[in-house]
Design a protein around this ligand. Structure first.
Ligand code: NDP
Length: 275
């Protein structure tokens, strides 16, 4: 059982670090450098996906960091074109080959793609891959309540994680409550609102009060809301900045002010319609 520095325990008994590095839109080269820097700086969670086309870079970064395999938690995701049948197992095999790993810590269904209606079959595939030891934990991403309940009803196996879009402008309280009720941990993607929230005036005021940056305030907001998060940056100074968040706390008033920033502003596609 892996033990991490700042972690939570999932419903399957595995531990996951609370704060990691995302690498969407990083090139292979950028991903390899960012992952190496992050791991050497103390990060233990890396979030990639087959569709990001940087798994090789991530694998290189892990190797070059010199950090032991068991001290890194690696997430990757099965893309929409590999739902159902043999495709899912083949997709994982290819991801592992690119990552140069013999298992990933977490494998997610990237999107439910209701139009093809193969996410239950894909979930069965993930259950088998876990049984084979190729992945330690399995979960989903961008699943709504109806998708989650269907998985549970038809397979009896609860995802460990639902990774969804969450940031101060799109806080998703109802879906977070569903995740909590079902004992599924919520993980925030685009936690900084793809940097749109960095310039927010309310967050700037809170940042000034704590002598922290706005990114650090937003990251603390996620952590204090029991969210696991994976802010992306390929900038070495920001890699450090985003991790320097375990030495202060937002107070109730700060949290309340940020909770009032919610304006239902989705940056990504609607999961019911995408794919
Ligand atoms: P984020 O909210 O993490 O924002 C990333 C942007 O913010 C980049 O432009 C980055 O710039 C900038 N940034 C990062 N730190 C700072 C800082 N301290 N100060 C100022 N700017 C900063 O957006 P993402 O969309 O990348 O989401 C994070 C991760 O979530 C992704 O990388 C991916 O792993 C995952 N994700 C998952 C999805 C899913 O469907 N499951 C969908 C989207 C994302 P720079 O890199 O230039 O420093």
């Amino acid at each position: 059982m892996a033990i991490f520095k700042e972690q939570v325990t999932l419903n399957d008994g595995q531990n996951i670090p609370k704060l990691g590095l995302g690498v969407w839109q990083a090139t292979q080269e950028q991903a390899s450098i960012a992952v190496r820097e992050a791991l050497q700086h103390g990060y233990q969670l890396i979030d990639t996906a087959a569709i990001y086309e940087n798994e090789q870079g991530v694998g290189r970064g892990i190797q070059e960091s010199g950090v032991k395999r068991e001290d890194v938690f690696v997430t990757t995701k099965v893309w929409n074109d590999a739902h159902g049948g043999e495709a899912t197992a083949i997709a994982l095999e290819q991801s592992l080959e690119r990552l140069k790993l013999d298992y990933v810590d977490l494998y997610l269904i990237h999107w439910p793609v209701p139009s093809t209606d193969k996410y239950v079959e894909t979930w069965q595939n993930l259950i088998s891959l876990k049984e084979k030891g190729l992945v330690r934990s399995i979960g989903v991403s961008n699943f709504h309540e109806a998708h989650l309940r269907r998985l549970l009803n038809e397979t009896g196996v609860t995802p460990a994680i639902n990774q969804i879009e969450i940031h101060p402008y799109f806080q998703q309280r109802p879906l977070r409550a569903v995740n909590q009720e079902l004992n599924i941990r919520t993980q925030s993607w685009s936690p900084l609102a793809q940097n749109k929230a960095i310039e927010d005036e309310v967050i700037k005021t809170i940042a000034l009060k704590h002598n922290k940056t706005t990114a650090q305030i937003i990251i603390r907001w996620h952590l204090q809301n029991d969210l696991i998060l994976i802010p992306k940056t390929v900038t070495p100074t920001r890699i450090k900045e985003n991790f320097d968040v375990f030495n202060f706390e937002l107070d109730d008033e700060d949290l309340k002010r940020i909770s009032l920033l919610d304006r239902g502003e989705r940056l990504g596609p609607d999961p019911d319609l995408f794919g």
